[in-house]
Ligand binder design. Structure first.
Ligand SMILES: C[S@@+](CC[C@H](N)C(=O)[O-])C[C@H]1O[C@@H](n2cnc3c(N)ncnc32)[C@H](O)[C@@H]1O
Length: 495
């Protein structure tokens, strides 16, 4: 470790002359510098994103010779199924198929009833942080400050190392994974700017910057490191593969109990570990309820049907209660029927408000703030559906608009939590001011989008790229929440 590469072909990157390697190193160093900038505004964020994109295009061009040849995904499914059968995966009445818009998925071969077993997968087939630690690169993972602190990044590294090993135990599974994803790292600048106005725009730019920074950090680290255990990674590591591995983990990982807990060696509750669970991760998401559990006794992930499925129907599972923006950023899709959708609304107290201290005390009393410091905005959730404002936001709006007398009264009241309920005996004036404030704030947020809801609906009738469609669906969902909050506020003011 730490020594310079001495020209041994096992210690250097494949497919590049010394001159090209130098050129690539310069680009990667420039990328690392650019992406290490701590960002202060959206315009700076966007500028860094655009410059990084240009650098990544040049880097990807230089790394082209290392690209994996394209494969027909349907051809990879039979060997994957055979591997699973050979390793004791139990399949219920389901099959693996490839469908338009959904990629690969699980389909019922006959009528499936709620709670019926879909499949069960033994732990030995899962790639996890624990298999990463016991792999040939375990010491590297444990000694690196990023890999040792970020389990999802460590798992991505483990996946890549196995991908580069033609003899990997997991090869049939890795071969069957998609060759690319719909995470924001795969969006073009034109596609990503469709998010303008949405709070997800900042998240998307930040995600792209973080992944580019991690790539450049690890690229440099691998090229400097002469550890033979890293030779496959050093020779093959590219930006395209890194975004692929990170996206694989982001969109497919689940948590399983740690080995110690499974073995019953440690009586304390241990944190679960991140894992990729072959087959389970071929199920697409639909709203519903969780129907998967890891059974400690059998050491298996057991997945049951969350509802009835007809013969030939795609079998969905429920990934969890994420908003559309979270699905977009972390899962690479937008479910327009998401009953758990919400929009983050950031509001805060003004330091110049002479009553800010008292308002903060009341916020603490209501457990909306944990301490009385007036620092930065507070994030609330505007919910999708007919009731966009929950109790916490309602209480904030009210106490934000209260006069001194009213504040004093609520601060002394034993029933301050009533502020979270519609009927709480508060002055009509305060309520009207609260709803007017919310209405104005939502109208302002709506104006940040360059398009209207109607224009978005029209766009969806066009033949859009899947990424552009995802952006339009997301901003449409957000606008619907804002419009519903404006409508709700207008109704309350009328009352
Ligand atoms: C865990 S994988 C599911 C299997 C995946 N379809 C495949 O081809 O391997 C999650 C990915 O499936 C897709 N997906 C899952 N649920 C979806 C949904 N409701 N609508 C559209 N795409 C979905 C997204 O691409 C997501 O990143």
């Amino acid at each position: 470790m730490g020594k310079k590469s001495n020209g041994d072909p096992n210690l250097i990157r494949k497919g590049l002359t010394r001159g090209k390697r130098e050129e690539l190193k310069k680009l990667v160093d420039e990328l690392l510098q650019k992406c290490s900038y701590s960002v202060t505004s959206q315009s700076k964020d966007l500028e860094i994103y655009s410059e990084s994109w240009t650098l990544l295009e040049k880097i990807s061009e230089m790394e082209k010779s290392l690209e994996r040849p394209p494969v027909k995904r349907s051809d990879t499914l039979p060997p994957f199924l055979e591997w699973m059968t050979n390793h004791d995966v139990k399949m219920g009445p389901v099959e693996l198929v490839e469908l338009p818009l959904y990629g690969c998925c699980v389909r019922a071969t006959k009528q499936v009833s709620t709670d019926e077993l879909l499949f069960s997968i033994p732990q030995k087939l899962m790639l996890s942080n624990e298999t990463a630690n016991s792999s040939t690169i375990g010491h590297f993972i444990n000694n690196d400050p990023i890999l040792s602190q970020m389990p999802n990044v460590a798992l991505a590294f483990h996946v890549l190392n196995e991908l580069y090993d033609p003899k990997s135990f997991w090869k049939p599974y890795l071969d069957a994974l998609p060759s690319s994803y719909d995470t924001v790292m795969y969006f073009t600048p034109d596609e990503i700017t469709e998010l303008k106005g949405s709070p997800a725009f900042d998240d998307a730019l930040r995600m792209c910057r973080n992944i580019a920074r991690q790539y450049s950090y690890f690229y440099s680290l691998l090229q400097k490191n002469v550890d033979p255990a890293l030779s496959n990674l050093r020779a093959n590591f590219t930006y395209n593969d890194y975004r692929w591995a990170v996206s694989t983990v982001m969109t497919r990982q689940n948590l399983i109990p740690s080995q110690e807990e499974i073995s019953g060696n440690d009586k304390d509750q241990l944190p679960p570990v991140n894992a990729l669970i072959p087959l389970w991760d071929f199920c697409n998401h639909q709203d519903g309820q969780f129907s998967t559990e890891f059974q400690l006794e059998s050491r298996r992930t057991v997945c049951q049907a969350g509802r009835d499925f007809g013969p030939g129907e795609q079998v969905f599972i429920f990934y969890g209660t994420r908003t559309c923006a979270e699905q977009f950023i972390h899962n690479g899709f937008v479910d327009i029927n998401n009953a758990h959708d919400a929009l983050t609304l950031k509001v805060g107290l003004s330091k110049s408000d002479p009553l800010a201290g008292q308002r903060a005390t009341l916020l603490c009393k209501l457990r909306i703030l944990s301490d009385e410091k007036i620092s930065g905005p507070i994030a609330f959730q505007l919910k999708a559906g007919p009731q966009p404002v929950d109790g916490k936001l309602l209480a904030f709006l009210r106490l934000f608009c209260m006069t001194k007398d009213s504040l004093d009264r609520w601060l002394q009241s034993d029933n301050a939590s009533n502020l979270m309920h519609e009927e709480c005996g508060i002055e009509t004036e305060v309520d009207d001011k609260s709803w007017s404030f919310l209405k104005a704030r939502c109208q302002l947020l709506l104006q940040l989008y360059p398009t209207t809801k109607e224009a978005d609906l029209k766009m969806l009738e066009e033949d859009l790229s899947s990424h552009r469609r995802m952006c339009v669906l997301l901003r449409l969902a957000e606008k619907r929440i804002l419009l519903s909050a404006i409508e709700c506020a207008a109704q309350r003011i009328k009352k």
